[in-house]
Design a protein around this ligand. Sequence first.
Ligand code: NAD
Length: 438
Amino acid sequence: MKLAVVGTGYVGLVTGTCFAETGNQVVCVDIDARKVEKMKSGIIPIYEPGLEELFLRNTAEGRLSFTTSLAEGIEGAEVIFLALPTPPGEDGSADLKYILGVAKDLGPLLKQYTVIIDKSTVPVGTAEKVRAAIAANASVEFDVISNPEFLREGVAVEDFMKPDRVVIGTTSEKAKASMNRLYAPLVRQGNPIIFMDERSAEMTKYAANAFLAVKITFMNEIANLCEKVGANVDDIRRGIGTDSRIGKRFLFAGIGYGGSCFPKDVQALSKTSSEHDYDFQILDSVMKVNEEQKTRLLPSVLEYFGGDVKGKTIAVWGLAFKPYTDDIREAPALYNMRELLAAGAHVKAYDPEAMENVANLADLGSKVTFTKDAYSALVDADALMIMTEWPQFRTPDFEKLEARLKNKVIFDGRNVYELEDMKERGYTYFSIGRQKIN
Ligand code: NAD
């Protein structure tokens, strides 16, 4: 099939590349000329494991190409994916200006029946708005359908190529046939394509993300209580995760969720609820708890240094909001570094993939010292904070650590070490939902 993908970010580039891999002819459109130039010259603009290999193969074999021109990109396309940003607007609702802007431009450009797919996470009712915006200037038949994306950054290729399920919101038989054909290679193992109406599909995505945010936040609150009552959240996790009604995943306590999806999607669902006179109380608690959770370790840092970190150097391991990505949107590391810098501390940071993105932030880029490897961040540092559970931080060379760190103290926001091990090694060790080791 001939496809266009408008918006070539984490979702758009994975979508375009994976559909090229299954034999389709794909043009990716992006407004960012620098990004398009990079991709045209064979450079992948994001870090996503496994994506580069597919990207290079499919560009080399001519199935995947890039342009800044919407008109050129959609020429002859049977299907157009919209994988555009939906950031929170000032009031917390999803800002649809990118999607509706492109929809308006699409109308006069359509030359034959086309299926236009909302792949972005969008509030209930958006497909109708997109349809109206296109229809205002279109002269051919088209369908607008909802096909929310459930990929996780870090394992996006695997998630896309072998999805647990594909959700399609449409009542158009023509669009259904087109989606069945497109997705058939990805669901050969029998995972379902679930058809529903477009409003339910739009809601499904928010329900999934909000549920996962609730699950994480529930565990974080259990962790906070564990610290007070003298229990160990890791044991609780094992004790409840083996219950098949609860399940093992998303039960790890930590320093709060971040990323480009959970924070904004929980906020947007809360906004949708209030617009419909429904007080979705659990979401308000989730947002409040998560905000507090992100800086949960800072009081311990202050206390350790006698109430003042001025002039202290804190090494930070991990900047991305989770491992295997360079995405730093809403990453807890950013909140912690801002607070530390505001309190007069110096910050030396290392992340395997995300340093460039932090270096580009106006408020942090010039204030944080970035190092070439994890151990260099420890040189002359007064303490280590762990903000992302990259596997390489799990079994470090402790002799190297001790040769560099001034004090044997670790503030671990991701519970990467065992308490017993830290005790034996003689560290002062703060983690989440477990007792402090002194
Ligand atoms: P992103 O910011 O990484 O990418 C968006 C891209 O759209 C950017 O490259 C930007 O330059 C481009 N763009 C903006 N305006 C444009 C225009 N007018 N024409 C063409 N291109 C334009 O965003 P993302 O993370 O890929 O997310 C996209 C959508 O998918 C969001 O709604 C998000 O909530 C949803 N989503 C994201 C993930 C994820 O893990 N990132 C997962 C599922 C769903």
